[in-house]
Design a protein around this ligand. Structure first.
Ligand code: NI
Length: 432
């Protein structure tokens, strides 16, 4: 049993931050959120079991961990490998040729590096789409983080073999690591997996899995889809049956009113990736419009070759600023941002009991240090967090009741070893 005592606890947009509470964690779950009892020694169980471990959160915000709703974790191997390019040449001339040189073991180490960066910035769960996802699953299981992993699918000779990989991965990993790992099906996008979209949707339906896909990321993608099919990419996905299963759609930058209505009707969850959209010159997703239409929008970083980091606080701040930029300062207020990066993200990944500090929820919690100059004064902790907080202010991270970082010290991963491995491997991959 753990008791997190002190600090200001986030209870959701309606209640905001509250002081004078303590959170009781038993096993992987939160079992109580109650007025704190600082003057009494924590009662040990009647059974004579061990005394509770107290985590002192004085001077910190206590929040549900952040959920990164769209990334490609092992792309850490390609950080700063190819920059200042548009999406299509970036993919075809730089990224895909380098990815063809990656081994399963590379993916394992690249994923671990991403996981370290995410834990350090307060991310406790992420949605991934890549290849050799069994290696990412291994890294997730060992590190203690939570993830929804989608093996990427693209058209071509290997498509059927890749579908078989999805089956095997689901049989081995879906619901494993104490429920921390979910498997999704990852048709890359309508323009790269057009033949396979309906097969991917059928397989997801058969296995009871959700789909993770890129939709309407660039204007070029939408124009080519209209020219080829007379349909937007979102309409193509809908016709192929993708939305018959729960779907997480990354980007949705260039969407028509009809597209937004389709997303709402089919309860498609959107992962908004403002940095990647800005850096690749893709455009600005109409986030406020989608939220107002009743579409769930979560926040993702995308991969570190197009971001180039995995800092969810920075990502969410940029989402807020981008939404406000064109004379809409009321758009995406801090409390909404906090919901998007926690409970909306958890729902987008398919974790129903993650993302809130309440009894029965998974104990995925972070402690954010508010002692720094950029936190002073602290009139509105949500505003401090979103508009001036830094990823490095996250000091302690708990996932499923386990400490992954305590006062800045990682507990489950050998950081030095991982950095060394990635430096070596990235050199080999970059050498064409
Ligand atoms: Ni992506």
């Amino acid at each position: 049993m753990k008791v997190i005592r002190g600090g200001r606890v986030w209870l959701g947009a309606a209640e905001g931050f509250r002081e004078g509470l303590e959170i009781v964690v038993e096993g992987s779950r939160i079992t109580d959120v109650r007025p704190s009892q600082p003057d009494q020694p924590t009662p040990s169980q009647e059974t004579g079991a061990r005394e509770a471990e107290v985590i002192d959160a004085t001077g910190h915000l206590v929040l549900p961990g952040f959920v990164n709703a769209h990334t490609h974790a092992a792309m850490t191997l390609l950080r700063s490998y190819a920059d200042d390019m548009a999406l299509h040449p970036w993919l075809t001339e730089a990224i895909w040729p380098a990815e063809a040189r990656m081994t399963p073991e590379d993916i394992y180490w690249g994923s671990l590096l991403a996981i370290i960066e995410m834990i350090r910035g307060g991310t406790t769960a992420f949605a991934d789409m890549y290849f050799f996802e069994d290696q990412t699953a291994r890294a997730v299981a060992e590190s203690g983080i939570r993830a929804a992993l989608a093996p990427g699918l693209v058209d071509g000779e290997a498509f059927e073999a890749r579908l078989q990989t999805v089956r095997e991965l689901a049989a081995t990993w879906h619901g494993e690591a104490g429920g921390r790992i979910r498997i999704m099906v990852g048709p890359h996008a309508p323009y790269t997996a057009s033949q396979g979209l309906s097969r991917a949707a059928e397989l997801a339906g058969e296995l009871g899995l959700a789909i993770h896909i890129h939709l309407s990321e660039t204007r070029k993608e939408v124009e080519e889809s209209l020219a080829q099919h007379g349909l937007t990419p979102i309409q193509v996905a809908e016709r192929a049956g993708v939305f018959q299963v729960p779907t997480l759609a990354a980007h949705c930058v260039h969407v028509t009113d009809g597209d937004v209505e389709l997303l709402r009707e089919h309860r498609v969850k959107v992962a908004h990736n403002p940095t990647s959209n800005m850096k690749l010159g893709s455009g600005r997703a109409p986030v406020q419009k989608m939220l107002q239409a009743g579409v769930l929008v979560a926040i993702g970083t995308d991969g570190t070759a197009s971001n180039n980091d995995l800092d969810m606080l920075e990502e969410t701040r940029l989402a807020a600023f981008l939404a406000k930029m064109e004379e809409a300062p009321q758009a995406l207020p801090a409390a909404t941002c906090l919901e998007m990066m926690t409970v909306y993200g958890a729902e987008a990944l398919g974790f129903a009991d993650v993302g809130r500090i309440a009894p029965g929820y998974q104990a995925d919690l972070i402690l954010v240090d508010t002692s720094g100059p950029h936190w002073t004064p602290l009139f509105d902790p949500a505003a401090n967090l979103i508009y001036s907080g830094k990823g490095a202010d996250v000091k302690t991270v708990v996932v499923a009741g386990e400490l992954l970082m305590e006062r800045g010290e990682l507990k489950t991963v050998d950081e030095e070893r991982v950095l060394h491995e990635v430096r070596q491997r990235a050199q080999r991959i970059a050498r064409a």
